[in-house]
Design a protein around this ligand. Structure first.
Ligand code: HDD
Length: 714
């Protein structure tokens, strides 16, 4: 009942692409096998150690027990120092056409006949491996393209800017945001003194802090968030000419977020919320899709902007340089083994292929060192590229030898170039774009340790972001600053952050100050420039799909089963995922003769795990639900979180019981209403087509932000 059928146009599970074929020999299937040691010796007993007599000491010679325990003792590897919590999936990328060939020699971006296998890992940043998914945080969006020319890694985030400008500050920033070192509190939270102290001392963080306090930090799904390469990179065409580029991923389902109260509850109800969502969507054939787009800037325009292209705390507003579509990525296959694949995947910003190159962005330059370095400690030696998930599909032929966990058996006497004894192989020959050749940028200067003057405007784009938000988005930002700063013990730190906010916008600073018990600034620190970029608001995202949206249909014995089933079928027909919830699991008796099976008991779930709620009709059913505190709270909470809520016949009364006020509800027979995302009908068991249409359109809009939810206690 919960599994939607695959979309007819999806591209299949990539079970036979070159990467999948390469992984196949590494897969181990234990079906119909017998238990052995690591040495392949069969054993018939693994429940008791070898002892002297039944109650005597264990013998050292019990190699099976020792091997089993020793292996267990060594099962853990260091978690990633950042982005420790994540989820991954395989899929493919395919360009739409070849227009980008004018700018890049990278064939996987320009040959529409090429379908390049990918592995993507999404992550949170601050939390440990076992932390909750739905915390306020940046999300990592790292893509490994297994191209025919070698691996290309686009290691991005779901926000287009970063906290700092120079990688030398990264350890400071991460130390500040991670749990405080003396007591390791708080886990996966930015709401604590050291992070905000860092922010107050480092105003280049301000633009990113606006993003972090916005709804972008609370994605509904990894499938509903953007991805950004963040840095300005460089494309290089076959003639060796360079063009600046920013990479964008745009989810086809639109960009949608949870609300803060909801995320905190989900963190307890289902800490694997985003991970589960990705897994289930792929298992059910609802393959996540993202469009890759690029913003291109000719080198001649390097200084045409009022910010520095090398500064990773800045965006290029889309209205200034449009994002041009390049191709589409579809994720079609879950990994077989989390540790082997998702944990061991090793991304590196310096994994580039001919046609893509770096710029002198000092954040990127540091990353180009850090990622390789971190894999050495994390994966235990220099041969991690031989781990199946990391292996390129392009051949690897070089003289790098030995080291821990060397899997290749290199033949021959020579392990050096140049050689004559090995026939001169592997031959270091070829010309760009067959071989990678570093972009020949002319650079000269003195060795200095100094931030560029062109990096020093820390506020204008933070203001641009604030100006671009809709009212509800601004309300959420103010509430987030109040929450976070309200958790900061040091009032001087709160005050210092408010002073920075006053540089961004006076109203913002005043509203935040009013909630955290510090004086508001008397006047603006600088005038608001008044510019905005509509593309930054999530209210301008795609809102035309209910694919994979989860809807709870609340029923109890005595339900109008015929109508409930019609709603379930209609929602499923639109690609949504309805689930029938009843006070107890199992069979539900229907008043109309058609019994229903409950998918789950209401008290094992919560409204925060659904995108919308439907209360089915049937007087007896609604009475039972009204007497069940879980059910009433379920509805009230969905209303509180501005979710689409619908009710049929007697079900409308449950909305009133749950405290729905100020919304037009169907009051008499034959009436259908749709107001502020609340759809109700009293039509005596008939499901009017408009009921479903209105519900689907409310679900596609995601939330009814116009609903006043302040007084609802949930
Ligand atoms: Fe980083 C992991 C994204 C700045 C050092 N980073 C990591 C991951 C993502 C990003 C998505 C997880 C990869 C995975 O799933 O395995 N990082 C970013 C972005 C940045 C950024 C978008 C700024 C634009 N990172 C950054 C800097 C440094 C690092 C400035 C160091 C100077 N990042 C690392 C790391 C990690 C990492 C320590 C931890 C685990 C890993 O690399 O493989 O090397």
């Amino acid at each position: 009942m919960t599994t939607p059928s695959p979309r007819p146009d999806n591209a299949g599970p990539d079970r036979d692409d070159p990467k999948d074929q390469q992984l196949e020999p590494a897969r181990v299937d234990l079906t119909d096998t017998r238990l052995t040691t690591q040495q392949g010796v069969r054993v018939d007993h693994t429940d008791d150690s070898v002892t002297v007599g039944e109650r005597g000491p264990t013998l050292l010679e019990d190699f099976h027990a020792r091997e089993k325990i020793t292996h267990f003792d060594h099962e853990r590897i260091p978690e990633r120092v950042v982005h420790a919590r994540g989820a991954g999936a395989y899929g493919h990328f395919q360009p739409y056409d070849d227009w980008l060939a004018e700018y890049t020699a990278a064939r996987f971006l320009t040959d529409p006949a090429r379908r390049t296998p990918v592995f993507v890992r999404f992550s949170t940043v601050a939390g440990s491996r076992g932390s909750a998914d739905t915390v306020r945080d940046v999300r990592g969006f790292a893509t490994k393209f297994y191209t025919d020319e070698g691996n290309y890694d686009l290691v991005g985030n779901n926000m287009p800017v970063f906290f700092i400008q120079d990688g030398i500050k990264f350890p400071d920033f991460v130390h500040a945001v991670k749990p405080e070192p003396h007591n390791e509190i708080p886990q996966a939270q930015s709401a604590h003194d050291t992070l905000w102290d860092f922010v107050a001392m480092q105003p280049e963080t301000m633009h990113m802090m606006m993003w972090l306090m916005s709804d972008r930090a609370l994605p509904r799904s990894y499938r509903m968030m953007q991805g950004f390469g963040v840095h300005t990179f460089r494309l290089v065409n076959a003639r060796g000419q360079g063009t600046f580029v920013k990479f964008h991923w745009k989810p086809l389902l639109g960009v949608h977020s949870l609300v803060w109260d909801e995320t905190q509850k989900i963190a307890g109800k289902d800490p694997d919320y985003n991970r589960r969502d990705l897994w289930e969507a792929i298992e059910s054939g609802q393959y996540p899709e993202y469009e890759l787009g690029v913003q291109l800037v000719p080198e001649s325009d390097e200084f045409a902007f009022d910010f520095d292209l090398l500064d990773a705390t800045k965006i290029i507003p889309e209205e200034q340089v449009p994002v041009r579509p390049v191709g589409r990525m579809t994720l079609t296959r879950n990994p077989d083994n989390f540790f082997a694949e998702t944990e061991q995947v090793a991304f590196h910003t310096a994994n580039v292929v001919p046609g893509i190159d770096f710029t002198n962005d000092p954040l990127l330059q540091a990353r180009n060192f850090s990622y390789l370095d971190t894999q050495l400690i994390r994966l235990g030696g220099p041969n991690f590229a031989q781990i199946p998930v990391n292996r390129p599909v392009a051949p690897v032929t070089n003289n790098q030898r030995d080291g821990y966990h060397q899997h290749a058996i290199h033949q021959g006497r020579t392990s050096y170039v140049k050689n004559s004894l090995g026939g001169g192989c592997p031959a270091a020959t070829g010309e760009f774009p067959e071989v990678f050749s570093h972009y020949q940028e002319k650079v000269e200067g003195h060795k200095i340790r100094r931030r560029s003057e062109s990096f020093k405007d820390h506020y204008s784009q933070a203001t641009l972001f604030w100006n671009s938000m809709a009212d509800v988005e601004r309300d959420h930002i103010v509430a987030a600053f109040r929450f976070e700063l309200g958790k900061v013990g040091e009032r001087a730190v709160r005050q210092a952050v408010v002073e920075h906010l006053n540089q961004v916008d006076h109203e913002l600073a005043t509203r935040v100050a009013a909630g955290i018990g510090v004086p508001a600034p008397d006047q603006p620190a600088r005038p608001n420039h008044g510019r905005s970029s509509p593309a930054l608001s999530q209210l301008n995202t795609a809102m035309d799909s209910v694919l994979s949206r989860k809807v709870a249909v609340l029923v109890a014995d005595g339900v109008d089963g015929t109508a409930a089933r019609k709603v379930v079928d209609a929602l499923r027909g639109h690609g949504a995922v309805p689930e029938v919830l009843a006070p107890t699991d199992g069979q539900v008796r229907s008043a109309t003769g058609e019994d229903l099976m409950a998918d789950r008991a209401i008290n094992t779930m919560a409204s925060v795990l659904y995108d919308g709620v439907v209360v089915a009709g049937g007087a007896e059913s609604v009475q039972a639900l009204a007497a069940d505190g879980y059910a009433v709270h379920f509805v009230a909470e969905a209303v509180k979180h501005a979710k689409p809520v619908a009710a049929l016949d007697a079900g409308v009364d449950l909305l009133t019981t749950a405290g729905v006020r100020g919304v037009d509800l169907a009051a008499g027979d034959g009436v259908l209403t749709c107001d502020q995302g609340v759809v109700t009908a009293r039509t005596n068991g008939v499901v009017p087509p408009d009921f479903v249409t209105e519900l689907v359109s409310a679900l596609a809009r995601h939330r009814a932000w116009e609903r006043d939810t302040a007084a609802i206690p949930a």
